[in-house]
Design a binder for this molecule. Structure first.
Ligand code: PLP
Length: 399
């Protein structure tokens, strides 16, 4: 049977301790043991089903992790305090001093800054490459390379990674392929396409209400155990643990993810098509003009669409700012970073979420000043939204 991420989540069944339809929230940081021997065994990682301390794991975090592992089709998952709190431990767990990472050059600015400015302090070097060119990726691999890193759909340029192709390279050179799937939950299932580890910022579409920061690492039981190891596990020792109350609330929001993603995708596809027809420079993986449209199509779980993210280029930062301020004034969305909210969010990534990337490198990767990144909301009448946006665009002179 074909893998369907939303149905895998749906097939999980949870009860609270009093038969509640939601699992009980584990409001404890520490747990009692009936015998001292069991406590010792748990520290050694040999007491399945026993909880030790909530930085290690908690029932609420495990419930959410189980749902996310079901969504990605991995053995298990570890939820974290933020998306960065998921990505950074994974990379330092997989690499040590002297190791090398080959990363896409178009990734979230925080991840880019971590690899460019932070990990070199510990002797881990990264080559940033055009991830859409497998030959370029292969050429960048050295004898010290341990990890291939990319985003399925990149922030902010919406480049699409050929996950199967990258996985073949990872296998050939015995590397781990780590994929950040934040922009395309449900639509793309990287682990099913050969990724070894899949990360998300839950802050975005998965939670969907812009009220929480969170993250997850989905992978094998062995790797997640490594991350949680009390002696040398990066998640355990760096301490980016999600709080149980947050885990419970994210789990509840996840139940509507499939409905929301379909609406985000529908609305984004509608606007992208209209914007392109108006002559705006529009990037959306669902458009036939997107250089990786066919690739996305070949990888996607069709019913969830091409996602809620699109970009337009209005020529200059001044015009971008003028348009965004006017759209906000007209209640078409918010001038804000982040994504996956019910309202449309827009920002100019060059001066915000990608500002960590130096200007010359932004230019090289095609990140222009006038680029506006949209996370399209759940608007009920997207034609009405389009007409209102068009009015704003005419008013500021980009149409
Ligand atoms: N990955 C991607 C693709 C992102 O867009 C972001 C945040 O914008 C992150 C990771 C980091 O997530 P968080 O802000 O939850 O730490």
């Amino acid at each position: 049977m074909k893998f369907n991420p939303a149905e895998s989540i749906q097939d999980l069944q949870y009860f609270g301790e009093f038969g509640g339809v939601n699992p009980s929230i584990s409001d404890s940081s520490t747990y009692t043991f009936l015998s001292a021997k069991t406590m010792f065994d748990t520290f050694e990682g040999n007491a399945d089903g026993c909880y030790l301390y909530s930085r290690h794991s908690s029932p609420s975090n495990l419930y959410l992790g189980e749902a996310l592992a079901a969504m990605e089709g991995t053995q298990t998952a570890n939820v974290t305090a933020s998306g960065m709190g998921a990505i950074t431990p994974v990379l330092v767990q997989l690499c040590r001093a002297g190791d090398h990472i080959v990363s896409s050059r178009t990734i979230y600015g925080g991840t880019y800054a971590f690899l460019k400015n932070f990990t070199p302090k510990f002797g881990i070097e990264t080559s940033f490459v055009d991830i859409t060119k497998l030959a370029v990726v292969e050429k960048a691999i050295t004898k010290n390379t341990k990890v291939l890193y990319c985003e399925s759909v990149s922030n902010p340029l919406l480049e699409v990674a050929d996950i199967q192709g990258l996985s073949a390279l990872a296998k050939k050179y015995k590397l781990k392929l780590v994929v950040d799937n934040t922009f395309s939950p449900l639509s793309i299932s990287p682990a099913k396409l050969g990724a070894n580890v899949v990360c998300h910022s839950l802050t975005k579409f998965i939670n969907g209400s812009s009220d929480s920061v969170g993250g997850v690492v989905c992978g094998t039981q062995e790797f997640i155990n490594d991350l949680r190891n009390v002696n040398d596990g990066a998640s355990m020792l760096l301490g980016s643990t999600m709080d149980s109350l947050r885990a419970a609330s994210v789990l509840k929001n996840m139940r509507t993810l499939h409905i929301r993603m379909k609406q985000h995708s529908f609305n984004a596809a509608y606007l992208a098509d209209k914007f392109e027809k108006e002559g705006l420079k529009t990037v959306y993986p669902g458009l036939a003009s997107h250089p990786s449209h066919k690739l996305f199509k070949s990888m996607m779980n069709k019913e969830y669409g091409f996602g809620g993210m699109l970009t337009i280029d209005v020529g200059s930062l001044e015009k971008a700012n003028e348009l965004m301020e006017l759209m906000q004034h007209n209640n078409l969305g918010y001038l804000a970073v982040s994504l996956g909210f019910y309202k449309t969010l827009f920002s100019a990534p060059g001066s915000s979420t990608s500002s960590e990337i130096p200007e010359d490198e932004q230019k090289e990767m095609g990140l222009s000043d006038g680029l506006i990144r949209f996370s399209i909301g759940l608007d009920n009448n997207i034609e009405r939204t389009y007409q209102m946006m068009k009015k704003c665009m005419i008013e500021v002179g980009v149409l």
